[in-house]
Design a protein around this ligand. Structure first.
Ligand code: SF4
Length: 320
């Protein structure tokens, strides 16, 4: 398969910036919002304790004290990004914790507030697969008729044994069901995965990508497992009980995954660096640019790109 021309970019994968330029002809920034949600995997609605690698902040925004109203957060973010060249349109990104865990009327008020700000063309809603009842999906679907709407599911792994091990609170069947119920309309679905989770081999990680590749999913975010102070995983890492991926292994696995993803799937993120004040490892993850450059180099060395091995994959999936 040749590199797809519809990307209109110089990269070897379909990055988010290119996607927006192609779709709207303008540059779009995601503005992170903390709307005051909590995590059902911590507050007891589903489980307590949280995921083994999670420090409980939800995102870097949660450290800031009393929360400003959603509209103020959007306007502040806009003012910041407007200083950068060509920042024309914005997506309000409901990022912190689980942004569908509230009655529909409360969700409607929060989403409306963000969408009322000038130049906000849509919302991106981060959530868990077990927190999207049908009435919530109906609300989100109603926005998708008029705006760009992404629903971002934290999956992390398709393997139930891993999800159990990290205390994720949901299994793969719940994720598949959520994706199927959310799909079929105009909602765009993005899935988050983590590479290097305890007990997973490279093949396990590729299996996760294969499972996503055959679902109606339009975007993906990938990052490596990070060890953070104050987390169960961080403590195990300190005791030498957990091995984190090397940069070489991470870059190689990301490229293997990119090669089998559909070429139209938007690659929203390929790195994460964690919070510097509690960061334990792996050290290489803190240099995002170096990781991205290494991925570019690896794809170039392979003379490969996103989707190049997809046909081989389909043949092997169909058993031919
Ligand atoms: S990673 Fe997400 S789901 Fe897991 S405990 Fe943290 S906030 Fe909750």
């Amino acid at each position: 398969m040749a590199k797809p021309s519809f990307w209109n970019n110089a990269k070897r994968y379909y990055d988010l910036k290119s996607y927006w330029l192609n779709r709207l002809g303008s540059r779009v920034h995601k503005l992170p919002i903390d709307a005051g949600f909590t995590c059902p995997n911590r507050d007891g609605s589903i489980t307590r304790g949280g995921c083994s690698y999670c420090d409980g902040r939800g995102s870097s925004l949660r450290q800031a004290g009393p929360l400003p109203p959603v509209g103020d957060q959007v306007r502040r973010g806009k003012a910041f990004y407007r200083q950068r060249p060509k920042a024309e349109k914005f997506i309000a990104y409901f990022q912190t914790f689980t942004n569908t865990c509230a009655p529909v009327e409360k969700l409607r008020a929060l989403y409306d507030e963000a969408l009322a700000v000038e130049d906000v063309i849509g919302i991106s809603i981060g959530t868990l697969p077990d927190c999207v009842p049908d009435e919530t999906l109906a609300l989100i679907r109603s926005y998708a008729e008029r705006f760009h709407v992404w629903l971002e599911f934290g999956l992390q792994s398709i393997h139930d044994r891993t999800l159990d091990r990290i205390n994720r609170g949901h299994n793969a069947a719940v994720f598949r069901d959520a994706v199927q119920r959310a799909s079929g309309g105009r909602i765009l679905i993005c899935v988050h995965i983590i590479l290097g989770l305890p007990g997973e081999t490279r093949d396990d990680m590729i299996e996760t990508a294969k499972a996503i590749a055959v679902l109606p999913v339009q975007g993906i975010k990938i990052h490596s497992l990070l060890a953070l102070e104050g987390t169960e995983l961080g403590e195990r890492y300190r005791r030498g009980e957990v091995t984190l991926m090397t940069r070489e292994a991470y870059v190689g696995t990301v490229c293997d995954i990119l090669e089998i993803l559909p070429p139209e799937m938007v690659i929203q993120r390929l790195t994460a660096e964690g919070y510097p004040d509690i960061f334990l490892g792996p050290a290489w993850a803190q240099n995002k640019l170096a990781v991205l450059n290494a991925i570019d180099r690896e794809l170039e060395m392979r003379d490969s790109w996103q989707g190049k091995r997809r046909e081989e994959q389909s043949l092997s999936l169909s058993g031919e």
